[in-house]
Design a binder for this molecule. Structure first.
Ligand SMILES: Cc1cc2nc3c(=O)[nH]c(=O)nc-3n(C[C@H](O)[C@H](O)[C@H](O)COP(=O)(O)O)c2cc1C
Length: 137
């Protein structure tokens, strides 16, 4: 199974989370500027929310995907106020005709005084358990 991990991170939370995903799967976590290899069975896509929306780099990345190249996307995210970036990412991917898994992971990410220390050790442990339960390897 060909698995790829991509993430976008402004303040380091999604990078930390992508590295946790990487440690479970043994697959390198890469930023969005790194192109996908051909024929991806599962793309794990990490994103956060800024000013109530996903970053333009995430939108551009989704717009650049070849729907024939990606079979399934599993989303993971952190944000401080919104429930998750899942709904926004899912909508864009599905508009492109790319399948989005119903399984997603979300935790809180610190923003100013909100959710200090998140994603914390418990969040990372929960994320690793989520990835293990996907049974991708
Ligand atoms: C400039 C900025 C704006 C943000 N705006 C929102 C927001 O509107 N809603 C929300 O839920 N979280 C917001 N957040 C919180 C981030 O989604 C959260 O901190 C996330 O974990 C950041 O991930 P990153 O460190 O990988 O960039 C904002 C964070 C920053 C830095």
């Amino acid at each position: 199974m060909n698995i790829e991990i991509r993430y976008h991170s402004k303040t380091g939370h999604m990078q930390k989370m992508a590295e946790a995903v990487s440690s479970v799967l043994g697959v390198e976590a890469k930023t969005l500027d790194k192109p996908l290899s051909n024929d991806v069975d599962v793309l794990l896509l990490g994103s956060a929310v800024y000013a109530a929306g996903i970053d333009g780099k995430v939108k551009d990345f989704i717009a650049s995907l070849d729907p024939a190249q990606v079979k399934n996307v599993i989303c993971f995210s952190s944000c401080a106020i919104l429930e998750s970036s899942y709904a926004q990412v899912k909508k864009l991917l599905e508009t492109r005709g790319i399948h989005v898994d119903t399984r997603e992971f979300h935790c809180r990410g610190q923003f100013t005084m909100l959710h200090r220390g998140h994603p914390n050790d418990t969040d990372i442990a929960n994320l690793k358990a989520f990835v293990q339960e996907l049974h991708l390897n």
